[in-house]
Design a protein around this ligand. Structure first.
Ligand SMILES: N[C@@H](CCC(=O)N[C@@H](CS)C(=O)NCC(=O)O)C(=O)O
Length: 222
């Protein structure tokens, strides 16, 4: 039995959900309110999700990639790619994408139904400390949007070049596909943004291959 503590919006948590679904690992889903400090502190000593408890082995992990490597015992996701030369390329692209994506989507995430008034206030206080007031972020959206096309062009080029373990038409996703797709997924929340057909098709293929349902935990409880 496996328990996943996660936030719906968190791309690192989405990585784990995609991987578990692809690997057909059933898990108990515990979506934590963003202001719950106690649970992660008790489990791991720091407030960071995802956290996974592998009950049988009495192991707890809270680095998304460690979790996936541990769970993928037969290496179906090609996680040895993480030790190869292209891992740096992927991580570099993800960190360059992360800035504009998160500046654009955080003001929307915080009004999704994952949050209540209390967790929203907590999220706003924490994120505004780093990024500045969200109303200013919203006003700067055109600037952040204008930073995306060259980055998304790099994504398209990666998808098109089949040699680095990313792209459409493979039998299943690799760990790189999961890393890329989970980071890009956040942009679906943004009304004024549309993916190019190629990237949209790619994301939908990763979603299908993983049987991934972003909204599952919104609607499955009540
Ligand atoms: N390196 C970690 C990063 C996880 C991470 O950054 N989680 C964020 C959510 S996206 C978090 O838990 N933040 C808690 C907070 O800032 O209060 C991983 O890959 O799992």
């Amino acid at each position: 039995m496996v328990t996943l503590y996660h936030y719906i919006h968190c791309p690192f948590c989405v990585r784990v959900r995609m991987a578990f679904s692809f690997l057909k690992i059933p898990f108990e889903s515990r979506v934590l309110p963003y202001d719950d400090e106690e649970t992660p502190l008790q489990l791991m000593g720091k407030k960071m999700l995802p956290i996974v408890e592998f009950h049988e082995e009495n192991i707890r992990l809270n680095e998304s990639l460690d979790i996936i490597v541990k769970a993928d015992t037969t290496n179906q996701l090609g996680h040895d790619l993480l030790k190869g030369k292209d891992a740096e390329r992927i991580n570099d692209l993800l960190s360059r994408l992360g800035g504009p994506i998160h500046n654009l989507v955080m003001p929307y995430w915080v009004y999704t139904q994952e949050f209540n008034q209390q967790s929203r206030t907590y999220f706003l206080a924490k994120k505004e400390l780093k990024r500045g007031p969200f109303n200013k972020l919203m006003r700067k959206a055109p600037t952040f949007l204008s930073q995306l096309p060259p980055l998304l062009e790099e994504v398209e080029n990666m998808i098109a070049s089949s040699d680095i373990g990313i792209g459409i038409g493979k039998e299943g996703p690799t760990i790189f596909d999961i890393m890329l797709a989970s980071h890009l997924w956040g942009l679906y929340v943004l009304p004024e943004f549309q993916f190019s057909p190629k990237i949209h098709q790619y994301l939908q293929e990763v979603k299908l291959q993983c049987s991934f349902n972003y909204h599952e935990d919104y609607w499955s409880k009540d």
